[in-house]
Design a binder for this molecule. Structure first.
Ligand code: NAD
Ligand code: ZN
Length: 354
């Protein structure tokens, strides 16, 4: 297909968002050349995130992002070409791409939390305004976005960790103090993020883990990766969580769906003084009142994680305490990855390997 549409571009491939609403398209793209300070990464793997579906089909990004744009904000690979002035990296080094690209100067960026850049640009990362990782090569605008892979982690294992891993890692880490050995954490939505979230909860805390989903496959996966209990997401789910916690409710609830029913479940299943963290961008809304949740429940949204947290998570994954359930797709078949994700046919993470 690409050689037909774009024979003059050296045959380099990319899966691009070309317009709002239609499916992404495989297209030919030019060979990226690193300018001063930039690095080109040969893509080893790029994960297909549900956020890309929100971007493709729900949010209107056309006013702020130039299309066509190569998708993919969850990438790992090997250093391929170094722009002038880049030091400390060599061609062939395996790297994970820290995907939140901030201003680098504000106080949040300075501590590596570029996900919370205080001078954010609408172009906030590869696949999020700039061309992303669903391609043979990814142009990374600064070497600080590259985290060398520890021994024992290859790019196709590491790629999903950069978002489907890092986002739950940050969400769980911020609630570590509440995840004492007698505590319970509820993970709602056991897809790409949630199935890694279950494992992060198991590997970094001694809390009881309850996983909630609509799909049998997801509940089976949750048990296979370490959930102590699974609960189907229906009108009885909140009571089931109360029953499993001796009536107290969950110390921490992480909602990886963010639809109105899951947000209702999250606040109603929380324990007094618990944390409810909304990670999913499902467009849900719940009313807030004095009595709408147990006393001193803290409700927060989180976005992605910091670069130091990515380093911690990669170190954890290198010890084999986390595995990513992956469905692999070739780059030429990347359209199918998003189609299957949209149809709810993916268990774990759909990962494109060029
Ligand atoms: P996914 O499609 O891989 O998984 C979603 C899971 O939720 C599926 O298993 C699905 O069966 C389940 N689900 C759907 N409706 C449900 C319901 N009512 N009750 C229980 N389970 C339900 O998606 P993903 O890639 O893991 O992303 C999850 C969400 O997180 C998306 O909205 C995505 O945009 C968002 N996200 C947020 C951030 C962030 O930083 N805040 C980062 C990445 C992704
Ligand atoms: Zn994402």
């Amino acid at each position: 297909l690409i050689s037909h549409t774009c024979g003059s571009m050296a045959g380099l491939r990319a899966l691009q968002m070309v317009a709002l609403r239609p499916a992404p398209e495989p297209r030919g793209v030019p060979d990226p050349q690193p300018g001063p300070g930039e690095v080109v990464v040969k893509v080893g793997a790029a994960g297909a995130c549900h956020s890309d579906l929100h971007v493709l089909y729900e949010l209107d990004v056309s006013a702020v992002w130039q299309l066509p744009m190569t998708l993919g904000h969850e990438t790992a690979g090997w250093v391929h070409a170094l722009g002038s002035g880049v030091t400390g990296l060599a061609e062939g080094d395996p790297v994970a791409v820290y995907g939140a690209w901030g201003c680098s100067v504000c106080v949040r960026c300075a501590v590596g939390a570029e996900n919370y850049c205080e001078r954010p640009s609408p172009v906030s990362g590869g696949g999020l305004g700039a061309d992303g990782g669903m391609a043979d090569y990814l142009l990374v605008p600064h070497q600080r976005h590259l985290v060398p892979l520890p021994d024992g982690l290859d790019p196709s294992t590491a790629a999903p960790l950069t978002d489907a891993g890092l986002t739950p890692y940050h969400a769980i880490r911020r609630s570590w103090a509440k995840l004492t050995p007698d505590a319970t954490i509820v993970v709602i939505g056991v897809g790409g993020l949630g199935h890694i979230g279950v494992q992060i909860a198991r590997a970094t805390t001694a809390a009881q883990v309850i996983a909630v989903d609509l799909k049998d496959d997801a509940l089976d996966l949750a048990r296979a990766v370490g959930a102590h209990h699974t609960v189907r997401s229906d009108s009885d789910a909140s009571q089931s969580i109360r029953d499993l916690t001796g009536g107290r409710g969950a110390d921490v609830v992480i909602d990886f769906v963010g639809a109105t029913p899951t947000m209702e479940l999250a606040r109603s299943a929380a324990r007094v003084m618990g944390d409810v963290t909304i990670v999913g961008i499902g467009g849900g809304q719940i009313p807030l009142s004095f009595f709408s949740q147990p006393y001193e429940v803290i409700i927060a949204t989180t976005y992605w994680g910091s670069r130091p947290e990515l380093g911690e998570l990669l170190a954890l994954a290198a010890t084999r305490q986390i595995r990513t359930e992956r469905s692999l797709y070739s780059l030429d078949d990347g359209v199918a990855a998003y189609r299957d994700l949209r149809d709810g046919q993916v268990t774990g993470r759909a990962v494109v390997v060029p």
